[in-house]
Design a protein around this ligand. Structure first.
Ligand SMILES: Cc1ncc(COP(=O)(O)O)c(C=O)c1O
Length: 458
């Protein structure tokens, strides 16, 4: 067999990568190619035989790049999407180079230990209980799914029901109490788990989307039986944070499991300035937090935490005669997520946290929040209406009425200075700005505000 030429294909990728990343501050944020153009440039016939790797990589880069949205740029404010820090990105490359199957210690010892350490650092930063266990999953969707699988199993076990053996048919009813403004991934996770959305008991949320404590108390008191309460740290529209400590106290008094969906907002707990907003976070039973959002780790990267490692492992663990499961306290990652074989996601989280350090994470969160406040005050000075209390990194902006707001967003997206997405809040159309990129600075905000106001004045 001929020796593989790794260097030439990686060299092509490296040169494209550096040119792309260096160009991020200046290139238009939206893609430039249309759907038809992308289908034409990428949709070549499948070659009959092997092609040189470097040529394939060069052709892919040339064809794909016009259809790439610059979501890693400082003027990308759509959805809740972080960029990549240099250390996290480089570690993610090495993750592919090493190509470890992170399911078991025996086939990836460094992957296992890097996860162990990265999880410990994240647990410390977020102020979670020291014994907390962690799983590295694709996104908050899977983190919520995993935590709810653990929760359902555990509350049913306490009610004398073995869901592993007997499933949900004939099981005691489990109620899932959630805020009226929860994220849709909670409902989706319950569908996947066979619980159905019928298990959901919606609890009143206030004007900013926070679950109302007396409403939760009343909802819990309305019925007996196993229950799970899902709190939210960071509403996807407003950034509002549920009063987790108070909700948790009320829920625990009723014997419920408390899960926190903290997809992006939980990183506020790593900031000494903002930590007060998450008071009592450590009293919950499970948590979901993304690394690919506010920690600026490349996709896909998220963590699920559980205060009861035994319950976590009991719900997720995998055993088979050929698996060579750990026997001496090593971490087998397969015991903490629904996945079996998977990418060694812990390396990039490890690098992100080590490169930023405790102060760097706090600074990233604080700077993004300061930029969100700057957006709000400058847009408001320019005549826009701000629909939310800007407590975190999310800003809801409205111009005059629904039609005008939608038209302004269309013009902003076409202008290319920045990119942001649409939403509806309390029945009103709004532009949703999420400041989640480590590189966003005052200049990015001011240029974006100017572009938005110019589009509104057209
Ligand atoms: C509160 C909340 N939960 C869950 C999610 C889903 O996260 P992911 O897309 O990483 O699965 C999001 C995404 O924005 C979110 O804001």
């Amino acid at each position: 067999m001929e020796k593989a030429d790794w260097k030439s294909s990686l060299q092509v990728a490296f040169e494209h990568a550096v040119a792309y990343l260096d160009g991020l501050p200046d290139r238009p944020v939206p893609p430039t190619a249309s759907l038809a153009e992308l289908r034409a440039s990428l949709g070549v016939p499948l070659p009959d035989g092997p092609q040189p790797a470097d040529e394939v990589v060069a052709a892919l880069a040339a064809a794909a790049e016009p259809g790439v949205i610059a979501s890693g740029a400082g003027r990308f404010f759509g959805f809740v999407i972080g960029g990549s820090t240099p250390a996290a990105l480089a570690a993610d490359w090495l993750t592919s180079v090493w190509d470890q199957n992170a399911g078991l210690y025996v086939i990836g010892p460094s992957a296992s230990v890097a996860e162990e350490v990265a999880a410990r650092w994240a647990i410390e930063l977020l102020g979670l209980p020291p014994q907390t266990s962690a799983g590295f999953v694709t996104g908050a969707q899977m983190a919520n799914f995993t935590a709810l699988a653990v929760a359902v199993r555990e509350v049913l076990r306490r009610a004398g029901w073995d869901v592993d053996a007997d499933g949900l048919w004939g099981a005691p009813k489990v109620r899932v109490l959630v805020g009226g403004e929860r994220h849709g991934t909670i409902d989706r996770a319950l569908r996947f788990l066979g619980m159905g959305t019928g298990s959901i008991v919606p609890v009143e949320a206030d004007g900013e989307g926070r679950m109302v404590v007396p409403a939760l108390r009343a909802a819990l008191a309305a019925e007996d039986g196993p229950a799970i309460v899902c709190a939210q740290v960071g509403n996807v529209n407003t950034g509002a944070i549920d009063p987790v400590g108070e909700l948790s106290e009320v829920a625990h008094a009723a014997g419920a499991w408390v899960h926190v969906d903290g997809a992006f907002g939980m990183w506020a707990a790593a900031s000494p300035r903002l930590r007060h907003l998450t008071a009592g976070l450590e009293t919950a039973d499970s948590w979901a937090v993304d690394a690919h959002k506010w920690l600026n780790v490349p996709y896909d990267s998220s963590m699920v935490f559980c205060a009861d490692p035994a319950a976590h492992r009991a719900a997720m663990g995998a055993r088979a005669s050929y698996l060579m499961n750990a026997e001496h306290g090593e971490r087998d990652a397969v015991d903490y997520t629904p996945e079996h074989s998977r990418r060694a996601r812990g390396f990039a989280v490890y690098a992100a946290l080590r490169a930023l350090g405790r102060d760097g994470v706090a600074d990233l969160v604080d700077r993004n929040c300061a930029m969100a406040r700057r957006f709000a005050s400058r847009l408001s000075d320019g005549g826009a209406e701000i629909l939310n209390d800007v407590v975190l990194n999310q800003v809801l902006v409205r111009f005059r009425d629904d039609d005008h707001t939608r038209e302004v967003l269309k013009r902003v997206q076409a202008d290319g200075t920045c990119w942001m997405s649409a939403t509806t809040w309390h029945g009103k159309a709004a532009i949703r700005i999420s400041v989640s990129n480590w590189s966003t600075d005052e200049n990015d905000v001011d240029r974006s505000v100017a572009a938005m106001l110019a589009c509104a004045a057209m």
